[in-house]
Design a protein around this ligand. Sequence first.
Ligand code: SF4
Length: 359
Amino acid sequence: MAKNSILPIFIPQGGCPHRCVFCNQREISGCAQPPQLAELAGLIPSDFPAEGELAFYGGSFTALPPDVLKSYLRFAAEQKEKGRISHIRVSTHPAYVDEIMIAKLLSYGVDFLELGVQSLDDTVLEQAGRGHGSKAVFAALKALASSSLAWGVQLMLGLPSDTEDKDLASVEKILPYAPQTARIYPLLVIENTPLASSWRKGSYLPLSLNEAVSISAKMYALFVLHGVRVIRMGLQPTEDLKVGGKSLLAGPFHPAFGHLVRAALKREQMAMAAVGHENEDIRFLCAKDDLPLVFGDQKKNIESFAVGRRAAVSGVDLPPGSLAVAPYDKGAKSKPFAVLSERDFLLKFTQTYRSPYCI
Ligand code: SF4
């Protein structure tokens, strides 16, 4: 088992005060019930690394009944004290995060809280059945930002009445609170949810894969530019949650969604770097680890530049994220015309769609 392993403990919709229209944690996690206290210890494999993290996912952890919350927290704290794990992570609902709750989590040694924001648009939140408006989210963001607890956000795109502008505005409204991490999830239609009924009636239309990739790339760029680490894009595939699986009805699912998003962004960087060399044979130079992104999914990125001219890629000694355009013929030894750093690219790229009032 690798270092930095995460052991997820699913509490499917545990504590959730409402049923969000898109949510069926039992289908997504493949887990029917939150574990009983007596079962918890058996969930930690004997070879689980001491550097590992115990993570309570799939519900509103801080809204669990107080006795259940206390018993889970006490269990996690004991495992940490015994050295069986090093970190504790919880995910929860914004309406159940305030200074008192944060102090309680810290007192049990919780290290990280993931806040299921989903959107900061009131109409979107209402139609998603979240049971709260943006005011509750801002209150939670404020409490977290002024605490010593590390935290991150989860956002969704493609919710009913959602738009690209609303998704980008949600990111921009979160940035001043400086979360450490973000997850970006395009909405999928999961079996046995209110959204599945709307989709069957034709009143909900999911985003296409291309739309979801394009919007996610813009959200991702804003987060990364502001130092927020994007730790996941798209739901993890499971046996049921995959194309043809029994849980997934519709929506922009792809098993490597995050790679598609980063490759789409790299395609934008390639286009920006290649400005002024439109009619020349060109060679992109990048760090070796960036080669899969520069090639793109099924080599589509590089092939899109090889129309009516030659275009190639070489891995060289450049900082990760930087990209250069060079003459085609000299291979990896080509002297680049100029290097476009990731930061310069993100600054210019995000200026093409960000609200002018945002820093
Ligand atoms: S709060 Fe989270 S876990 Fe609970 S129903 Fe909504 S999306 Fe699902």
